[in-house]
Each structure stands twice: as structure tokens, then as C-alpha cells.
Write a protein that binds this ligand. Structure first.
Ligand SMILES: [Zn+2]
Ligand SMILES: [Zn+2]
Length: 233
């Protein structure tokens, strides 16, 4: 698997940071902050974006010394706030004007203080293009059962913070590799199931087990209609 990226550096005091961005950010994806009403973040994306972002999680798994940044704010949103034509799923939050966030993946071993992100981002250089090569064997086997029992997540916790309009997810290599499947699986399943069943809502839910608020999650939802703004409901 090849992923075009831009590699940026920032220097802050005696520390130097390496920040990787997919190049370009896929167009049809938006991450919104629903914590005030639903205890969750909602990322809505088409199949191309789901695949790209899944591969970016695999790259994060392989990059323990880098921060993987996916800029997402200020971009087009899906043509309807919910799934088209109308969503009956209880898990589908009706969007109003929730603020948009960027996404940042980083390793616990970096001991990066999330509050530093704003300053690091401000000091990033203009970066240089590269292409990341990832062996296909990095992608977890679709058929294998996912180890999402609580004890597995306790060993490989995923922590979430929001700073500087960015959702920072801190984890480790096994966790990023496993969670990539939430995106890669949706990229293949959702379009197929939409055309087979006509069902509008296809999602995966990524729970933050160690969050003090046990209900919090990242809700990952397929959306295939992004162009234009007029639509009959
Ligand atoms: Zn859902
Ligand atoms: Zn829905």
C-alpha cells in the first residue's frame, strides 16, 4: 500500500517534532464534536476517504516517533447532516452547527503533552513530499475476530484530548493497527451494503474505554453524497 505524504518538522526549544500528513487530505470527510449532546465525536466520510484514513492509521502504527496529522476543518460537509435520504438509526446524531475538528494520532511513548499541539502546529515548516510504503500484511485480517474485549483495550488504551480544534488520539502500534480496520472495513462494506440493501446508515463505533465518561466514542459513519447543497428530504 502506498500513501503519498508530506513530512513536516517543527522545533520547539530543545525538542524537534516530525509531523506526517497524508497528501492530499481526501476531500469527502468531516469530523465533528458532539460531546456536549451525545458524548461523542462523529466522523463522516466516503469510501475513498475511509480507505485513505485507514491507511493513515496503519502508517501511525509504524511511526512511533512521528505525529500523524489529518487536517479536516473548514471543508465541505455532506449534503445532508444525517444519512441520505433519512436516517432512522438511534446512533446517528442530527447535526446542527457542531464545530469541526482536525485529527491527530500519536504514540504514548512520545510523551507528548496534548496542550503543546497548538504551538507545534504553528511552527511546522512547509514540509517535503514523500511516499510511504506499507506492506499489505500490515492490514489486520478482515476475518479475524477483533480483540475489542475490555482487557485488550486496557492493555492498549486509547486516550482522547481536544486542543487547538484537534482531536488528539494517543495510543500504541497494536492499537492503531487494529483500529485501522474501523475505516478499512467500512470502505469496502458500506458501498456494497448500500447498493445491496438500500440501507442508509453504515457505521463503526470506536469506544474510549479509559475515558472517565464511559459512554464516549468516535462514531465513524459512511456518507456518499457530498457534492452540491440542494437536496430533497
Ligand atoms: Zn451508527
Ligand atoms: Zn445515519
Amino acid at each position: 500500500m502506498r500513501l503519498p505524504i508530506t513530512v513536516h518538522r517543527a522545533r520547539l526549544g530543545k525538542h524537534s517534532y516530525r509531523v506526517i500528513r497524508p497528501r492530499p487530505t481526501p476531500p469527502n470527510v468531516v469530523l465533528r464534536d458532539f460531546r456536549n449532546r451525545h458524548d461523542e465525536y462523529d466522523i463522516r466520510l466516503d469510501a475513498h476517504a475511509a480507505h485513505r484514513i485507514g491507511v493513515a492509521w496503519l502508517l501511525a502504527a509504524r511511526s512511533p516517533r512521528s505525529l500523524v496529522h489529518i487536517p479536516l476543518r473548514g471543508r465541505p460537509t455532506p449534503v445532508t447532516p444525517q444519512c441520505w435520504p433519512r436516517c432512522l438509526e438511534w446512533c446517528c446524531p442530527p447535526a446542527r452547527d457542531e464545530r469541526q475538528l482536525d485529527l491527530l494520532l500519536l504514540h504514548r511513548g512520545l510523551q507528548f503533552r496534548p496542550s503543546r499541539w497548538k504551538e507545534v502546529r504553528a511552527r511546522l515548516d512547509s514540509g517535503r513530499p514523500e511516499t510511504a510504503e506499507l506492506p499489505a500484511s500490515d492490514a489486520p485480517d478482515d476475518e479475524a475476530p477483533l480483540p475489542f474485549e475490555e482487557h485488550w483495550m486496557d492493555q492498549h488504551p486509547l486516550r482522547q484530548h481536544v486542543y487547538a480544534e484537534t482531536l488528539l488520539l494517543t495510543g500504541n502500534a497494536p492499537l492503531f493497527r487494529e483500529l485501522s480496520t474501523h475505516f478499512l472495513e467500512l470502505a469496502t462494506r458500506a458501498p456494497r451494503m448500500r447498493s445491496l440493501t438500500g440501507k442508509a446508515h453504515h457505521c463503526n463505533e470506536l469506544r474510549f474505554h479509559q475515558d472517565p465518561d464511559k459512554g464516549s466514542q468516535l462514531h465513524i459513519t459512511y456518507a456518499d453524497r457530498w457534492s452540491g447543497t440542494d437536496i430533497d428530504l
